[in-house]
Structure formats: structure tokens, C-alpha cells
Design a protein around this ligand. Structure first.
Ligand code: ADP
Ligand code: MG
Length: 262
């Protein structure tokens, strides 16, 4: 599945005041790609993801999945947010099964899928637990397993590890790379963490603010089978510094414009 954004703009209107959150966004994501979007807070990262998810519709331009305009949410896109929005009264396995019930899969197929994704995400032992009995990292694993179980063509992640401690976050990064390698799914992930973006992404897209737009689209030329130690390698550190500079530059330009300095 290819995902294509063409001249996408999004306006929000609050009490008669309209602000443009995104403008002129063109982006092509091929099947199996892993694209991370970084940018300062308010640069339109979540708006971009919500447009692809079909939770919002563009004011201008279009979002195309295999050439067809996105007009709403669909099972071809799996979504994970920062705070995993699990069903508190459902056990882990019933949370993972939720989307499959909606898809109308038969009981045997459902059970097989749930089994596979519980294993893939390391949740088999807590399958009968309720979300409140889990750690933050485990809860995010459930959210990821639930999104994956429907076998979406595109996995959409909005700062999914933003609330986790560093150790758990790194475990989750390794997990996501493993899942990507195992399933070949296309991933579009928003993060404000540049180290995370460079570690995970095959491409890193940098957004400029006000209005949000694409300032840079950088290929990550690191080995596909990379593990956590790559974060200490000179190539990694150089790329990370370069992208952090881009984000900082965009943010400084934004602050200058706010202050009326050109
Ligand atoms: P990010 O995820 O990069 O922090 P967002 O996409 O959440 O950025 O927001 C981009 C801009 O749009 C910000 O200026 C934000 O205040 C504005 N915005 C986001 N959501 C809404 C909304 N529902 N109503 C009005 N303005 C919004
Ligand atoms: Mg956001």
C-alpha cells in the first residue's frame, strides 16, 4: 500500500478564528517504509497523523491510500497514541481481540491472531490481566498488539513511548523494529525524540511550525538490522545532531516570526 499526501493543508477554526496547522504537505510513503516525523511541539505532527488516520479531513489537498482518497478511519490503518486508550474492563487478550470482533473474523481465526500478536509483543503471560494491573510499558504493548492484530497496511504511531521511562522506551523501540522486520508493515510514527526517530526510521521528516510544513526529509543510511548499540556509533550521532539542528533551526525561525523579527 502506498500512502500519498498531495498539497495537504489543515485549518482549525476556534471561535471564528482560523489557524492553519498544516500547509502544502506533499509526502509519499512506499509500502514497507518506516517514516518518522519530528518537529517542535505545535508543528502539526498529530494533525498530520490524524489526517492519515481519517480522524480529520484536509482543508485542501488529499490523502491517498493506493490512489483512493481517505474519507474516514479504516481497518487498513492501525493507530497507537501516547496513552494507549485501552478498554479498562477488558483483559489483555480481549483488548487485542477488539478490532478483530469488529472485522467479523471467526472465533478460530481470531484466537490464532490474538495468540500470535500476544507472543510477538511479549504479553502471553499477562493475557488475563486487566490494564490497571499492568506497567506503562505493558499497556503500550497491548495498544500495539491491538493495532497490529488487524494486520493493517499502515501502522500509525503518535508519540507512543513518550510517557515511558528510558529503559522501557528502548525495549519498545527494539520491539517495534522487530515487528517491522517480521511483518513488513508500513510505519508512520510521530515523535519529538530525534534519537528515537533516527534509531527507528528509514526516513526522518522534519516539520517546520506555523504553519506546519515539511522542512526536510532525510534518509537514514544505517544498517537495517541495527540494534541499540548503534546509538553510540559516529554515523548515528552525526545524523542525530544534524536533525536536531534542523528541528532547532525551524523552531528558532518560528520564535523569530512570533517576535516580529525577520
Ligand atoms: P504537534 O502534534 O506537533 O504538537 P498538533 O498537530 O497537535 O501539533 O497542532 C498543530 C497546531 O494546530 C497547533 O498550533 C495546535 O494548537 C493547533 N491545533 C491542534 N488541534 C487543534 C484543535 N482541535 N483545535 C484547534 N487548534 C488545534
Ligand atoms: Mg502531538
Amino acid at each position: 500500500m502506498t500512502l500519498r499526501l498531495r498539497g495537504v493543508a489543515k485549518d482549525y477554526t476556534v471561535r471564528d478564528k482560523t489557524t492553519r496547522a498544516l500547509d502544502g504537505v506533499d509526502l509519499d510513503i512506499a509500502r514497507g517504509d518506516f517514516v518518522c516525523v519530528v518537529g517542535a511541539s505545535g508543528s502539526g505532527k498529530s494533525t498530520l497523523l490524524s489526517l492519515v488516520a481519517g480522524l480529520l479531513l484536509p482543508t485542501e489537498g488529499e490523502v491517498l491510500l493506493d490512489g483512493a482518497p481517505v474519507s474516514g478511519p479504516g481497518p487498513d490503518r492501525g493507530l497507537v497514541f501516547q496513552a494507549g486508550a485501552l478498554f479498562p474492563w477488558r483483559t489483555v487478550e480481549r483488548n487485542v481481540a477488539f478490532g478483530l470482533e469488529l472485522l467479523g473474523l471467526g472465533a478460530a481465526e481470531r484466537a490464532a491472531r490474538v495468540e500470535w500478536y500476544l507472543k510477538e509483543t511479549g504479553l502471553a503471560d499477562v493475557r488475563h490481566s486487566l490494564p490497571r494491573q499492568l506497567s506503562g510499558g505493558q499497556r503500550q504493548r497491548v495498544a500495539i498488539a491491538r493495532a497490529l492484530a488487524g494486520e493493517p497496511a499502515v501502522l500509525l504511531l503518535d508519540e507512543p513511548f513518550g510517557a515511558l521511562d528510558v529503559q522501557t522506551k528502548e525495549d519498545m523501540q527494539v520491539l517495534i523494529r522487530q515487528i517491522w522486520a517480521d511483518t513488513g508493515t508500513t510505519v508512520l510514527m510521530v515523535t519529538h525524540d530525534v534519537e528515537e526517530a533516527v534509531f527507528l526510521g528509514a526516513r526522518v521528516v522534519v516539520l517546520a511550525s506555523d504553519p506546519g510544513r515539511i522542512a526536510a526529509d532525510v534518509d537514514v543510511a544505517l544498517p537495517p538490522g541495527r540494534g541499540l548499540p548503534v546509538k553510540r556509533e559516529p554515523e548515528f550521532l552525526a545524523l542525530r545532531a544534524r536533525i536536531e539542528d534542523l528541528v532547532r533551526e525551524q523552531h528558532r525561525g518560528h520564535l523569530d516570526r512570533l517576535a516580529g523579527v525577520e
